[in-house]
Design a protein around this ligand. Structure first.
Ligand SMILES: [Zn+2]
Length: 248
C-alpha cells in the first residue's frame, strides 16, 4: 500500500459517493473501492495520533473491529494543528493550497469542502462539530449539529454522538462528526488514564453510530494531528495519525 496522507480521505469519500471535485491534492485510496459502499461517515477525532491509537488499541474495541474488517492506516498528517488539518481532511488540499492556518482563517475562508460540494450536487449531508466550525455550514447542507465548546470533554463527545444519531435518523449520504475529548483531556493536563478514558468514550460513540448506520456505509475514523502534549507528543517528524477504514 502506498503512503496515505490525510488529503487522500476527501477524494476517497468523493469517489464512493460519486461527488465530482476537481483539483484536489489527494488521490482516492484504491483498497476501499471494491467495498461496494454508497454512503460515507467520517469521524474526525482530535489528537488521535497513530502512536496513541496503537497504545490504546486493546481498549478501543469498536475501532479495532472496524479495522479488522477493513484497514488500519498510518496516515501522514497534512498539518500539526487542528484548523489546517481539518481543512485538509475535508477539502483534500494541502495547507499551502487551502491557506487555512488557524480558527479565524477557517471562519473567513471561502474554501469549499466536501460537505458543501456534496450537498450542492444533491447529496444529503450532515456535519456535527463545535459551534464555530458547524456554523460555517448553516444554510449550505441538510443537517448542522452545533456542539458547545464549553461542555467538558466527555460531555462534548457524548453530545456529538447524540446529534450524530439524530442526523442518521434523516438518512444522510454523507455525515462528518468531530470528537474533541482526547485533545481537551490532554490540554487540561490529563495523563494516560484521562487520555484512555477519552479515547474509550469516542470508541463507544463509534459503536453507537455504527449500530445506527445503514448497510453499505463506508466508515472512516481519522485523527487531525498527533497529540500536542504528554508522552505521545511528537518531537519532529514523521507526524502520523490513525486512519481506520471499514464498512457496514
Ligand atoms: Zn486538534
Amino acid at each position: 500500500m502506498r503512503q496515505i496522507n490525510q488529503v487522500d480521505l476527501a477524494p476517497t469519500v468523493a469517489k464512493i459517493l460519486g461527488v465530482k471535485i476537481p483539483g484536489m491534492d489527494g488521490a482516492p485510496i484504491e483498497e476501499v473501492e471494491s467495498w461496494g459502499c454508497s454512503k460515507a461517515i467520517v469521524l474526525i477525532v482530535d489528537s488521535l495520533g497513530y502512536d496513541l491509537y496503537k497504545f490504546f488499541q486493546a481498549d478501543l474495541k469498536n475501532m479495532a473491529s472496524l479495522a479488522s474488517g477493513g484497514l488500519l492506516v498510518r496516515a501522514k498528517a497534512a498539518a500539526i494543528h487542528t484548523s489546517p488539518a481539518i481543512a485538509s481532511i475535508l477539502s483534500g488540499l494541502l495547507p499551502e493550497h487551502h491557506g487555512i492556518h488557524n480558527t479565524e482563517g477557517a471562519k473567513a475562508s471561502t474554501l469549499s469542502s466536501i460537505p458543501e460540494i456534496a450537498s450542492f450536487q444533491g447529496f444529503k449531508t450532515a456535519v456535527i462539530m463545535e459551534k464555530g466550525g458547524a456554523e460555517v455550514y448553516e444554510g449550505l447542507i441538510d443537517f448542522v449539529g452545533k456542539v458547545s465548546r464549553d461542555l467538558d470533554p466527555r460531555e462534548f463527545d457524548r453530545e456529538t454522538c447524540r446529534k450524530s444519531l439524530e442526523a442518521l435518523a434523516g438518512r444522510p449520504e454523507l455525515m462528518i462528526s468531530y470528537f474533541i475529548g482526547i485533545d481537551k483531556a490532554v490540554h487540561l493536563g490529563g495523563g494516560l488514564e484521562e487520555m484512555r478514558s477519552a479515547a474509550v468514550c469516542v470508541d463507544l460513540c463509534l459503536g453507537r453510530i455504527y449500530a445506527a448506520a445503514e448497510v453499505g456505509t463506508f466508515f472512516s475514523v481519522i485523527g487531525d494531528h498527533p497529540v500536542h502534549a504528554g508522552s505521545f507528543k511528537r518531537q519532529g517528524g514523521p507526524c502520523c495519525v490513525a486512519l481506520v477504514l471499514g464498512r457496514k
